[in-house]
Design a protein. Structure first.
Length: 316
């Protein structure tokens, strides 16, 4: 069956229950798709026969960069750097996990557009990050063509700051600057998610379903939708590690931008210039098959045209 709503990711479309039978999904792919559709996340076993060896090499390679004494079991593992961004640029195993072809094929089937990885984050401990949605950091036009995959590189116990998430919150309103009464374009923030915290907490307060915690086993991975509210619980035992890797994925034929620093209604987008980890080739901003001209001259011209029209209107 032809999808009449191609501007929505397949798994986030209200038509997914009707369309999934025609997508050639395996039983496991369908299970993952149903979980994403209904809950906003799905757990699966990461498909890499060399995963244990990769994890060991990544740990050996990255340990010196965190400034943490990993050899002392009693040391405070939360005292150093909590993450390394884009280690794929110098670590082939980080890159191999991010560019895993089976995962790319899975995401491409479930979203209806070809997936590509664009960012990695490697953690030795829990993030202890407050509840948030990735959609304020990474968004697309059409919306929701972004997802994250978190991989547990060791068993995660309740005292190591495991992940938590609100099932079904991917269906809640996507936070934008317009929704909270804020201008974003050209602004500066210590954290891109800070302005939205009160709104997210308010939504959680009226939701009857409590947050869930993910006590992952080594080798388990979690896919989450762009708008799923999630975070990291408090790490009760700072001597524990919580090795993990997050890979963020976009999908072809979209505009890629950061909503926290954008005003969509005015056409002022904080656009991203991306390179795909899988082939290290640029992924330009597209809209319905046409490359978006993001040159500063053209952007300035469009903004000036808007100003000119506004001045003329006010002078009437």
């Amino acid at each position: 069956m032809i999808n009449p709503l191609p501007g929505l990711p397949l798994v986030e479309s209200p038509l997914f229950p009707m369309l999934k039978a025609s997508q050639g999904l395996t039983a496991e792919e369908e299970r993952i798709g149903i979980s994403l559709h209904e809950k906003g996340f799905a757990v699966f076993e990461f498909p890499d026969a060399e995963l244990d060896a990769r994890i060991a090499r990544i740990q050996d390679n990255l340990q010196p960069r965190y400034g943490i004494d990993f050899n002392d079991p009693r040391s405070d593992k939360t005292s150093g750097e909590h993450r390394i961004q884009d280690a794929w640029k110098f670590d082939e195993d980080v890159r191999a996990i991010a560019a895993n072809e089976t995962v790319l094929d899975l995401l491409s089937k479930l979203y209806g557009r070809r997936a590509f990885p664009f960012q990695t984050l490697n953690f030795p401990v829990g993030t202890q990050q407050e509840i948030h949605s990735d959609s304020v950091h990474f968004s697309s036009l059409p919306e929701r063509f972004m997802c994250g995959v978190w991989l547990a590189m060791e068993d995660v116990g309740p005292n190591a700051g495991p992940l938590f998430y609100h099932p079904g919150s991917h269906r809640w309103p996507i936070m934008t600057n317009a929704l909270i009464g804020r201008r974003g374009f050209g602004s500066t923030l210590n954290s891109a998610q800070d302005p939205y915290g009160a709104a997210w907490r308010a939504l959680c307060a009226v939701d009857a379903a409590p947050a869930e915690t993910f006590l992952a086993r080594k080798g388990q991975a979690l896919i989450w939708c762009a708008n799923l509210l999630h975070g990291g619980t408090h790490q009760d035992d700072p001597s524990q590690t919580r090795w993990s890797q997050v890979t963020h994925y976009y999908f072809n034929d979209c505009i890629y931008y950061t909503p926290a620093f954008s005003d969509e209604a005015l056409g002022r987008l904080d656009l991203r210039n991306l390179v795909a980890i899988s082939d290290e080739l640029p992924r330009p901003n597209f809209y319905m098959g046409e490359i978006l001209d993001t040159s500063s001259k053209r952007r300035a011209g469009r903004r000036e045209s808007i100003r000119q029209r506004l001045v003329k209107y006010l002078r009437r």
